[in-house]
Design a binder for this molecule. Sequence first.
Ligand code: CP
Length: 308
Amino acid sequence: MPYSSLIALSQLSSQQIQDLFLSAETIQKEPAHISISKGTAALIFFEPSTRTRMSFEMAAVQEGFYPVRFDGANGTSLEKGETLEDTLLNIAAMKPQMMVIRSGAELDFHQLQKKVNIPIINAGWGAYGHPSQALLDMFTITREFSDFKKIKLLILGDIKHSRVASSHVELAKILGHKLAFCGPSFLTENSQGIERFHKLDEALKWANIVMPLRVQHERHQEKMNLADYISDYGLTKNKLAQASKDLMILHPGPVNHGVEIDSEVYFDSRSRILLQVENGIYIRRAIIRKLIQASRGLPNQEQKAGII
Ligand code: CP
């Protein structure tokens, strides 16, 4: 690739991910200083987003890039039938310093990369992956678990439609920590060789970190029985009684309160859900910093090692 991008975590080695975490840790300690002088960041979101979009926008500003936003089809030439790829090629022709893209599976990020000489950052692509989310989840975990061998991450619920779960599968292969899924069969098929629990009580006894996922009703072909789902897999204070008292609770958001997680659990002292959001800024700044260094040919450790 002529310019480095972050499309999938399988591009990275364990050392590169740990370097990224070190960079995020350094960024967290840097004094706030904003000077938008390095160019523009095109934030192109064909699908809805709150956290990722605002987080990348803040990260871009804090790294010195003016964010130019494309939010959904409304008011754009997509409404006149322009294709997603044409839209992106035209935005690339305006020469932003990076393109941060969220889209459904209909776009092919790898094909796009062959046509544009600008770093592409995957901000959520179909069910293929959401690399920055998995990285910020793992950054949050490693603030409290320094030994990857001790991590037992349980992802709970709608695995089938989750780009976050897909990126966690890639991450576990690279970092070597334990990962398991729990949920009903129709939401945990295609689990790609990952350990699978169907009973939540057994899964919670196994895990030291649990991350329920939003039930993505909008992507389901058939209506599910929500009452059964909540009864079997909804994370409640009562069900947590069977888990370790040190269990870390994560959620990538957005949350369906009272479905995959109760509000009581969301606000439990073991919950790191809003800390994930804070950490998202540091991780996304670190990603932007490293990609821009690499694309500008600036010497850095990661580039010498042939990284992102
Ligand atoms: N976690 C996440 O991707 O949230 P948004 O859809 O709000 O960006």
